[in-house]
Design a protein around this ligand. Structure first.
Ligand SMILES: [Fe+2]
Length: 137
């Protein structure tokens, strides 16, 4: 495992979405820290996980609102991907809640980190021409 670094490739060019993505990466890096710490503390993982899940849902709602405002043509497919990610991360979190092992926490980190980076690069960047330079209050 390794921490995720923000890079230009991840930028959509829309300040509020980019800021949200930076925060998400920050939470993921906090989870990574929990997993690489000398002492493994399941309660620390659980707290970080709760923040990550909560923020992910809030972010998806904000991003979807923006897609609606700009009439993004692929909104339905994009929303479906968000829903599937929430379902998958929630399922992994439930497994962790039942069995708070390091391995189960690692599964959440690996899945979410891979999914997020892939989703930003492959999907969110497609939003760029619709939202670049536009400010949403
Ligand atoms: Fe998205």
């Amino acid at each position: 495992m390794s921490a995720i670094a923000w890079r230009r490739q991840l930028s959509i060019g829309q300040p509020s979405i980019d800021e949200d993505h930076k925060h998400l990466i920050e939470y993921l890096n906090q989870l990574d820290e929990c997993l690489t710490a000398r002492v493994y503390l399941p309660t620390r993982v659980a707290k970080t996980l709760m923040k990550l899940l909560e923020y992910t849902k809030e972010h998806f709602a904000r991003e979807e609102k923006i897609m609606e405002v700009v009439h993004y043509p692929k909104i339905d497919d994009h929303k479906r991907q968000h829903r599937e990610a929430v379902r998958a991360i929630s399922a992994l979190s439930e497994t962790f809640a039942r069995e708070p092992t390091h391995a189960n926490a690692e599964k959440i980190y690996t899945f979410t980190a891979d999914w997020l980076v892939h989703h930003i690069i492959m999907q969110d960047t497609q939003l760029a021409p619709y939202v670049r330079g536009v400010w949403f209050g």
